[in-house]
Design a binder for this molecule. Structure first.
Ligand SMILES: *Cc1c(COP(=O)(O)O)cnc(C)c1O
Length: 464
């Protein structure tokens, strides 16, 4: 198949044959480059890393896009992504603060860049895009805050009526921008997802209304996430005796998008020792890294947990990692996925030595673990962490090695999941400035029946 450009893949979401897009080869970074990047701003670091993947946007324009995105006014401070040491919990352990953006979750890191990128690419091509998505919380709000007020883009976001936290509802539904359309569907998240599939599966409708997506398989999101692994590494190794000292990362995982970016950074030559994959009770990925057997579960077998953004039993980005595991051989990958379709599982236990070569280890965390970890971190450091980050800390601790910094990715701030914080600490999560009365703001949402034609009609009426 002919290679596609970065912006083609950005707009299409999927490769032309319906599969996932990956770069033809992984760009390599030299130790000299790594040292030179230490002094750059986050925005300029993002430019240097993204330039290696994005070859069809003029360099000056790309630099402007990263500077427009990674600004202190958007991410709450000069460093954009701060390191928050938890020394008194265990020496060497820190949080990597990825949740300082407008929606207080790590998805802003990539999505804010995508908002600016979409606006730029659509203007250049003289076209528009209507983004259709389903959300159970973090993705939808990150997409809406990234696209609000942008030229040439509208967002139609389906959410299950009454099933998100009051804070998450307020975040999304209080947006008053004309190009943001919140559709609360009577039903559960899977119903929303099915509607999205049905609408995008109608190719005539999809083409005539220029329907697009920003779901977690979008390669541009992965590329933007690679940047903060480089940033975390440089912060944690500043002043180290060995300028190429190794760092480990622990990643609360659901769709395997966040940790895949870590795998890409490591493949580019960043000195990452371990990638610690943390799951909640939905432990399909943990089971794979422990046994070599991949057995995705049905949505009926997926638990509703107190780290809801990780309640995923079929990780959409996992195939990209298996592609590397199989030596980047598309025929072998296809054969394996055919086996998965036929049998519901596959066995790569023969590849287990390679998991370690790639630095992967894994662990599971339960509701009781989350509560205990939130309490312990609060008691020993004074810091309140969110339930997803707590899964990361819990799973990371046994893998901490002397002399190797362990960076736990802070994937959300606790205020988004305050009920669990109250359960753990007997007090609500601290509220960042600007979010004091968000639940009282007027909301702009339409509650609709989950039928495909109704949704199509609403899109047709408001499409750009
Ligand atoms: C999306 C999300 C995750 C899971 O990230 P993946 O890239 O899907 O693995 C973890 N924590 C929070 C808070 C999230 O929003």
């Amino acid at each position: 198949m002919a290679p596609q450009t970065f912006t083609d893949v950005l707009l299409e979401g999927l490769a032309p044959d319906g599969g996932l897009a990956v770069p033809e080869s992984i760009p390599q970074v030299t130790p000299e480059q790594l040292q030179a990047w230490r002094s750059l701003s986050y925005a300029d670091l993002a430019y240097e890393v993204l330039k290696l993947f994005i070859t069809d946007i003029p360099e000056q324009d790309l630099r402007e896009l990263t500077r427009k995105t990674y600004r202190p006014e958007v991410f709450g401070g000069e460093v954009i992504v701060p390191l928050k040491p938890l020394e008194s919990l265990k020496p060497g352990v820190s949080l990597l603060g990825l949740s300082e953006g407008p929606t207080l979750a790590f998805k802003d890191m990539a999505m804010q860049f995508l908002g600016n990128l979409f606006e730029y690419v659509l203007a250049r091509r003289g076209t528009t895009l209507n983004i259709l998505g389903a959300t159970s919380g973090d993705t939808g709000s990150a997409a809406e805050y990234a696209m609000r007020g942008k030229q040439g883009v509208a967002v139609f976001m389906l959410s299950p009526a009454g099933r998100m936290s009051a804070f998450q509802r307020a975040q999304m539904y209080s947006l008053q921008d004309a190009n943001i359309h919140n559709l609360a569907v009577h039903g559960v998240f899977d119903d929303c997802q099915d509607i999205v599939k049905a609408v995008s599966g109608d190719l005539a409708f999809k083409t005539s209304h220029r329907i697009g997506a920003v779901n977690s398989i979008n390669w541009a999101r992965i590329a933007a996430q690679v940047v903060y692994y480089f940033h975390g590494w440089r912060l944690a190794t500043e002043g180290a005796a060995d300028p190429m000292a190794q760092v480990s990362f622990a990643v609360p995982s659901g769709n395997f998008g966040n940790i895949l970016a870590g795998h890409v950074a490591r493949s580019m030559g960043l000195p990452i020792r371990r990638l610690v994959l943390a799951t909640n009770e939905n432990n399909v990925l943990e089971e794979f890294f422990r046994t070599g057997i991949y057995r995705p579960r049905a949505s009926s077998e997926t638990y509703e947990t107190s780290s809801p953004s990780m309640d995923i039993s079929k990780a959409s980005n996992f195939e990209r990692f298996v592609y590397d595991l199989l030596g980047r051989d598309p025929a072998r990958l296809k054969a394996l996925w055919d086996e998965l379709a036929a049998q519901g599982s596959f066995d790569l236990s023969a590849c287990k030595p390679q998991f370690a070569q790639y630095g992967f280890v894994s662990g599971t965390s339960t509701h009781a673990d989350r509560l205990a970890t939130i309490r312990q971190v609060h008691a020993e450091t004074g810091v309140v962490i969110d339930p997803h980050t707590a899964d990361g800390v819990k799973v990371a601790l046994p893998f901490v090695e002397p002399g190797v910094p362990m960076l736990v990715l802070e994937t959300a701030l606790p205020v988004k999941f305050s009920a669990t914080i109250e359960e753990a600490l007997g007090q609500p999560a601290p509220r960042p400035a600007g979010f004091e009365n968000i639940e009282q703001l007027p909301q702009r949402v339409r509650t609709v029946d989950g039928d495909v034609q109704t949704i199509k009609d609403l899109i047709a009426a408001d499409a750009v």
